[in-house]
Design a protein around this ligand. Structure first.
Ligand code: FES
Ligand code: FES
Length: 260
C-alpha cells in the first residue's frame, strides 16, 4: 500500500497532541486515517475544537507538495497529445489531455496568466489571443489544434521595455478600469488592424462586393468589430478612441481628465 508521505507541521503536531495525545505517534508514522477522523469529529461535536480554531486553520492552509497532485505527472494525463508550437516567439512543447483548451494550456501549463478566463463559453472575449495573425477565443480552441502554429498573448506584445502602440494608446485613453477584459481587448484590437488592412468585411459593411483594402475604420466599425469583447466596467468609448489612434497614428484628444 502507498505510504502517506505527508509530514505534519509543528502546528499540526501540536493540535493533534492536544486533541488526541494517545494517537499522535500513530498519526505521525502511518498518516491520518478514518479512525482518527471519526474520533476527531466526536471531539468536535463535544465542542472541544473551539479553542483550537487557529491551529485548525493552519492545518488546512498548508501548501501541497507538487508530487501530491497526480494529474501534473505526464503519464497520468488521459488521452495525452504532445503539442509543439510557438508561444510569444519561444518554442513550446507541452503534453496535454487532447481535450484541453488553449486557454487552460497557456494559463496552467505554460504559466502565461495574462489571458483571462471570464465565461469559458466563448461569450466574453476575455481569453482572446492571436493565432497565426488572427484573433481566436482561446477558451473555444483546443491546444491540440495549435500544432506548428504561432500564438501571441498579451505577454508577447511588448518588445522588451517598449509597449506595443495599442498598449500605449489604451494607457493614454484610459481604456480600462478594473483591467480584467483588457488583455483580450488589446489582443483583439491588434489583430483587428490586420483585418482592416486586408479589407475584411464586418456585419455593418454596406457593400461587401466593393474591393476594399487598407480601410480606415470608423468609430461605428470599430465598435461593431470589437463587439465580441465585453467590458463590464463600460470603458468602451475610451477603447474605441485608443484603437482609432493606434490605427490612424494621429493623436486623438483624451476625453477624460483627473478630477481637480
Ligand atoms: S473566457 Fe473565452 S470568451 Fe469568455
Ligand atoms: S476594464 Fe473592467 S471589465 Fe473591462
Amino acid at each position: 500500500m502507498k505510504q502517506n508521505k505527508t509530514q505534519l507541521t509543528p502546528e499540526e503536531k501540536k493540535l493533534f497532541g492536544d486533541l488526541m495525545p494517545e494517537d499522535l505517534e500513530e498519526v505521525i508514522h502511518s498518516g491520518f486515517n478514518r479512525r482518527h477522523f471519526v474520533k476527531l469529529m466526536g471531539l468536535a461535536t463535544a465542542g472541544l475544537l473551539a479553542s483550537h480554531l487557529i491551529g485548525a486553520e493552519q492545518l488546512f492552509a498548508r501548501s501541497l507538495d507538487l508530487e501530491e497532485i497526480p494529474d501534473l505527472i505526464p503519464e497520468a494525463i488521459e488521452n495525452g497529445v504532445t503539442v509543439n508550437f510557438k508561444v510569444n516567439s519561444s518554442l513550446s512543447k507541452v503534453t496535454v489531455d487532447s481535450r484541453m483548451t488553449l486557454l487552460d494550456t497557456l494559463r496552467e501549463r505554460i504559466g502565461l496568466t495574462g489571458s483571462k478566463k471570464g465565461c469559458d463559453h466563448g461569450q466574453c472575449g476575455a481569453c482572446t489571443v492571436i493565432v497565426d495573425g488572427n484573433r481566436v477565443l482561446s477558451c473555444l480552441t483546443l491546444a491540440a489544434s495549435c500544432e506548428g502554429k504561432s500564438v501571441i498573448t498579451i505577454e508577447g506584445l511588448a518588445k522588451e521595455n517598449e509597449l506595443n502602440p495599442m498598449q500605449s494608446a489604451f494607457l493614454k485613453h484610459d481604456g480600462f478600469q478594473c483591467g480584467f477584459c483588457t488583455p483580450g481587448q488589446i489582443c483583439s484590437a491588434v489583430a483587428l488592424m490586420k483585418e482592416a488592412k486586408e479589407g475584411q468585411a464586418s456585419f455593418i459593411t454596406k457593400d461587401i462586393r466593393e474591393h476594399r483594402q487598407g480601410i480606415m475604420l470608423s468609430e461605428e466599425e470599430i465598435s461593431e468589430r470589437m463587439s465580441g469583447n465585453i467590458c463590464r466596467c463600460g470603458a468602451y468609448p475610451n477603447i474605441v478612441a485608443a484603437i482609432k489612434e493606434a490605427q490612424s497614428g494621429k493623436s486623438i484628444e483624451q476625453s477624460w481628465l483627473f478630477a481637480g
